[in-house]
Design a protein around this ligand. Structure first.
Ligand code: KIV
Length: 270
C-alpha cells in the first residue's frame, strides 16, 4: 500500500474479540502496544508492561485477527539490557506471540542490535520521535523534535534504523515538518501517531479512538463514544437485576422419558 501511495490504517488492540471486529472493519495493522500496561492493566506508565503478558496478548490478537498484520511491542527492559536476551525476546514475539513483526523504541545507538535481529530473521519496526519508555529521562510523556537540533536527531535516528534493517518505522508526537523530513530521508513505510498526515500509515490507541479514555492526547480525534455506551449498558443491567427482569430465555426442564415396551422378536430361522 505504501508503494502505491495508499495510506494504511493501524490501531492498537489487546484482545481477540476487539481484534476480530477490527479485522472485519478492514484495519490493516494491529499493534499490541505496551500501552496495554495503561489500557488493560491499569498502570500509569508503559514501562510497567510485563513481557509474558505482552506475549500472551499479542497471540490473542493474532488469534482474533488471523488475516491481519499484527505487530508486537517489546516492553521496557525486554531489549535494552542485553543483546542476546533482546534477540531471543524478539523471536518469542514471532513464535509464542504469533506476531508478524516486532516494534522497539530506538535511536541510532540501537542500530547494531537491530542489524542482529534482522539477521536472525525478525522483521523490526523502529519507533522514533517521542519514546514513552524513556519518559523518566525526557521529563515525561510528550512531544519530540520541536527544535531544529532535536528534529535533525530524529531524522538521523530514522535513517540509521532503516540502514540497520528496519522494515518499518513509526514516529510519535512530532511536528509534521519532522515527518516530512523522515519521509524524504527513508524508503520503508512510515507509520505516524500525532505526526501529521504525510506518513504512509496512521496509528491510534483504540481506546482513544473509541472514546474510552478520559484524557486522550491532543492529536486523537474520537470516532465513537463507547465509554458512555458501556456505562449505559452497565446501568441498564443494574436496573434489570434490581427489577428481577433480567431478560433472555430460561432453561426448560427436560420432560420425563415415556417408557416404551420392546416386543420380543422371533428368533431368526437358521
Ligand atoms: O504502545 C503503543 O501503543 C504505541 C503507540 C502509541 C504507537 O507504541
Amino acid at each position: 500500500m505504501a508503494r502505491e501511495g495508499r495510506p494504511f490504517a493501524c490501531l492498537t488492540a489487546y484482545d481477540a474479540t476487539t481484534a476480530r471486529w477490527l479485522e472485519r472493519a478492514g484495519v490493516h495493522v494491529l499493534l499490541v502496544g505496551d500501552t496495554a500496561a495503561e489500557m488493560i492493566l491499569g498502570f500509569q506508565r508503559t514501562i510497567d508492561m510485563p513481557l509474558p503478558i505482552a506475549l500472551a496478548l499479542t497471540a490473542a490478537v493474532k488469534r482474533g485477527a488471523p488475516d491481519t498484520l499484527v505487530m508486537g511491542d517489546m516492553p521496557f527492559m525486554s531489549y535494552q539490557a542485553d543483546e542476546s536476551e533482546a534477540i531471543v525476546n524478539a523471536g518469542r514475539f514471532l513464535t509464542e506471540g504469533l506476531a508478524d513483526c516486532v516494534k522497539i523504541e530506538a535511536d541510532a545507538s540501537f542500530a547494531p542490535l537491530i542489524a542482529k535481529m534482522a539477521r536472525a530473521g525478525i522483521p523490526i519496526c523502529g519507533h522514533v520521535g517521542s519514546k514513552p519508555q524513556r519518559a523518566a529521562l525526557s521529563g515525561g510523556y510528550g512531544s519530540a523534535g520541536r527544535t531544529p537540533k532535536e528534529a535533525a536527531q530524529i531524522v538521523d535516528d530514522a535513517v540509521a534504523l532503516e540502514k540497520a534493517g528496519c522494515v518499518l518505522l513509526l514516529v510519535e508526537a512530532v511536528p509534521p515538518e519532522v515527518t516530512d523530513s523522515i519521509m524524504k530521508a527513508t524508503t520503508v513505510p512510515l507509520i505516524g501517531i500525532g505526526a501529521g498526515t504525510a506518513c504512509h500509515g496512521q496509528v491510534l490507541v483504540f481506546q482513544d479512538l473509541c472514546g474510552l479514555t478520559d484524557e486522550p492526547p491532543r492529536f486523537a480525534q474520537r470516532s465513537a463514544d463507547l465509554g458512555n455506551q458501556i456505562q449505559r449498558a452497565g446501568e441498564d443491567w443494574v436496573r434489570r437485576v434490581t427489577e428481577r427482569n433480567i431478560g433472555g430465555e430460561s432453561y426448560v426442564m427436560q420432560q420425563p422419558q415415556v417408557a416404551t415396551t420392546v416386543k420380543p422378536q422371533p428368533a431368526p430361522k437358521t
